[in-house]
Design a protein around this ligand. Sequence first.
Ligand code: ADP
Ligand code: MG
Length: 247
Amino acid sequence: MLAVHNLSVNYRGIEALTSVSLTLNPGEWVGLIGPNGAGKSTLVKAILGLMPYKGQILLNGTTLKRQRRQVAYVPQRSQIDWDYPITAWNVVMMAQTAALGIGRSPNAKAKRLVSDALDRVEMLPLRHRQIGQLSGGQQQRIFLARALAQQPNLFLLDEPFSGIDKKTEAIMLSIFADLSEQGKTLLVCSHEWGEALNRYHRLLLLNRRVLANDTPQAVMTMENIQQAYGANISAALHNQNVIPFAC
Ligand code: ADP
Ligand code: MG
């Protein structure tokens, strides 16, 4: 479904990604893991066409430009302006406004999609809250609802598990499992090097290059962690929460 071939991205001469190739198939739930600065966000943004790159990125055999609505993006927390005065409902409605065209008021179908998505992430009762007045987990669920309401085939989620509560984690994992069962494709940047990764179909270990691309069991080995972290391995593993990977 998504084919990335020989992708390289430079920031003013510094190579953030080198010769990255990967494919994502329908129904696949794939984790993108690697140390801080590995290029995970850069890869996601290149796929979205948000930055210049060398190489090829094809969705169903063609470029993404004309199929932008097929791809939903949940940005990393740090990239969102949480002070922006907007309600939870309107954040989710943004996906619909883009589809209807600016200035058109939402029709009944758009409202139903928004309502269903908010219900799925268990946020319907708080729909009138300002986004800045929700907890980290609730905010993350709102952005997931926006992605759901868009009804895409490919979900790109940059660090969705960062700064959330257990309830939100459970809701998100259940939604990801449902989506992949429905044939949707998920690429999830995760900073958790933990149990939950075993539920993924495949893990891509990234550090500027793809270091491993296999089942969770095959990727989560000491050797691979060492390869990704190099000299920082002991620091990474001495962390009491054992979270050596950060998006
Ligand atoms: P990750 O998401 O895995 O933490 P990023 O994709 O954010 O990694 O960053 C990859 C590398 O590119 C890092 O070395 C980072 O410092 C650099 N980088 C990211 N964004 C920019 C930018 N806008 N300008 C210059 N360098 C950047
Ligand atoms: Mg990142």
